[in-house]
Design a protein around this ligand. Structure first.
Ligand code: IPE
Ligand code: IPE
Ligand code: MG
Length: 262
C-alpha cells in the first residue's frame, strides 16, 4: 500500500478534503464547437479555468493539483492545433510564473520535456527554479506526459542501477519503482477528475491512480467552475476508501481515530 494512503487529510468546514487532486481537463474542443468557434477558443477559455482553480485549491489548503495539459498522444493532432497549444503554454507561463511565486505556489512540470521547443524548456526550468522553495500548493503540469512513458523511464533508471552494480534485481520492489516515477515527491492522488464525460484514463497517471477515487463529469472543461469543483469535492468526502479492507474495519478505525482526536 502507498506510504501516503493513511495520512491525514486536510478538512474544510467538517468535510474531508483530498490532499492531491489530479485532473484530465477535457472538452475544450466541444465547448468551442458548440459556440461555432475554433477549437483554440476552447483552449483559451480553458486556461482561465486553470487560473481560477489554482487559486481555489490554494485557498482550500489542497496540497497538490496535477493537471493533464498535453498527452504524449496529443502530437497526433493537426500541426496547427499543436503549435497553438504550445504558444498558449508559453504565454501562460510568461504571464503567471511571478504571480504563482508571489502566492507561494511551487510549479513542477512532468513529462518528456526534451520534445518541447528549447525556449519552452528554458521557461519551464526558470519557473521551476523560481518557485522551488514554495509550500502553499504544488501545481503539477503534465506536458508531453504519458503514464506508460513514466513507468518505462522508472524501469530504465532501475536497470541502469543494476547495470552499474549498485542494485540487485531482487531488491526491486514497488516502493523502489514508485521512487523513480515523476510524482515520487508528492502524495498519491486522492481524487481524479475528468471533465468532458469520457470514461477513460487516456494514459494519464497509470501507476499513481491505483487507489484514487474517480470522478467523471459531463461538464466541459471551460465550464468547470467553483460549484462544479465543490460537487467533486463533496462526492470525494462521502466515499469510504477501503484499500482492500472491509467497510466494518474502516468504520472501526475511523471511530478509534476520532476518539483519539477528541
Ligand atoms: C482537452 O480538450 C485539451 C487537450 C487535450 C489539450 P480537447 O481539445 O481534447 O477537447 P475535446 O475532447 O475535443 O472536446
Ligand atoms: C486527454 O484528453 C489529454 C489531455 C486532457 C491533455 P484527450 O482529449 O487527448 O483524450 P482522448 O484522446 O479523448 O482519450
Ligand atoms: Mg478531448
Amino acid at each position: 500500500m502507498s506510504k501516503h494512503s493513511d495520512s491525514v487529510h486536510p478538512v474544510s468546514g467538517d468535510q474531508k478534503l483530498p490532499r492531491h487532486v489530479a485532473i484530465i481537463m477535457d472538452g475544450n474542443g466541444r465547448w468551442a464547437k458548440k459556440r461555432m468557434m475554433p477549437r483554440v477558443a476552447g483552449h483559451r477559455a480553458g486556461v482561465e479555468v486553470v487560473r481560477r482553480l489554482v487559486e481555489l485549491c490554494r485557498s482550500k489548503g489542497i496540497e497538490v493539483l496535477t493537471l493533464f495539459a498535453f498527452s504524449s498522444e496529443n502530437w497526433r493532432r493537426p500541426e496547427q492545433e499543436v503549435s497553438l497549444l504550445m504558444e498558449l503554454f508559453v504565454s501562460a507561463l510568461k504571464r503567471e510564473a511571478s504571480k504563482l511565486h508571489k502566492n507561494g505556489v511551487r510549479l513542477k512540470v512532468i513529462g518528456d520535456c526534451t520534445a518541447l521547443n528549447s525556449k519552452l524548456q528554458h521557461q519551464i526550468e526558470d519557473a521551476e527554479r523560481l518557485t522551488a522553495g514554495n509550500n502553499k500548493l504544488t501545481l503539477v503540469i503534465a506536458a508531453n506526459y504519458g503514464g506508460r512513458w513514466d513507468i518505462t523511464e522508472a524501469a530504465r533508471q532501475l536497470a541502469r542501477q543494476v547495470e552499474a552494480g549498485g542494485l540487485k534485481a531482487d531488491q526491486i520492489d514497488e516502493a523502489r519503482l514508485a521512487g523513480c516515477l515523476s510524482l515520487a515527491d508528492c502524495p498519491e492522488p486522492d481524487l481524479f477528475i475528468r471533465t468532458g464525460g469520457e470514461q477513460r484514463i487516456s494514459n494519464f497517471l497509470l501507476w499513481q491512480l491505483a487507489y484514487t477515487e474517480l470522478y467523471i463529469t459531463d461538464t466541459l472543461w471551460p465550464d468547470f467552475n467553483e460549484s462544479a469543483f465543490d460537487s467533486a469535492l463533496s462526492s470525494f468526502a462521502n466515499r469510504q476508501r477501503r484499500f482492500g479492507r472491509t467497510g466494518e474495519q474502516v468504520a472501526q478505525s475511523d471511530t478509534t481515530q476520532a476518539e483519539k482526536g477528541a
